[in-house]
Write a protein that binds this ligand. Sequence first.
Ligand code: 5RP
Length: 216
Amino acid sequence: MSSVAEKRFAAEAAAMLVRDGMRVGLGTGSTVAYLIAALGQSRPRATYVASSPATEAAARAVALDVVAFDELDELDLAIDGADQVAPDLWLVKGGGGAHTREKVIAASAERFVVIVDSTKLVESLRPPVPVEILAFGAGATLRRLAPATRREALSSPDGGVIVDYHGEFDDPAELSARLSSIPGVVEHGLVAAHLVAEVLVGHDGGVHQLSGRGAP
Ligand code: 5RP
């Protein structure tokens, strides 16, 4: 089965979790694009917050009710893709450079559901880990993050510089704390397992569900 079909299966299963009246956070990426298409078909009367201009435009294009996040204090559900999913459900996100907003949305949701194709399942997380840094002093912050490289063609939805951290690591919690401690780092793409309620993995003809510690 192609990863495109797997993404679509996972996204369509997640779309069925959205009910009338819910406040729903939408991530960013190709898997989320299938989610938005499915929601455009099923049309639950929900209110949505978008993690990027691309997601907002796609959601509005299928007439979803998108509001600014400052109009809502909390979310019932957040749905997003991921670049890597470890067996303990720690994640790497940020392939699209939107991980700061995506993590704010995920942390604000009662239930955070991750949708992926099977290629995203890994035995252990590995570099690169995307990191958003402030444009102010970006060169100095990049040096303190070494080994890291700047992604020239990409910035975050808030104008932050996106870099990839390339150092090997065994303990994502330790790396998460270390990256967060560097002045100039806005947010890194490691997502702690305790935030994740479940991961929906598309596979041959269906969806496999991995349950996480973040279940409501
Ligand atoms: C964007 C992300 C995406 O969720 C991640 O890169 C997965 O993307 P895709 O669904 O296109 O494989 O974290 O910042």
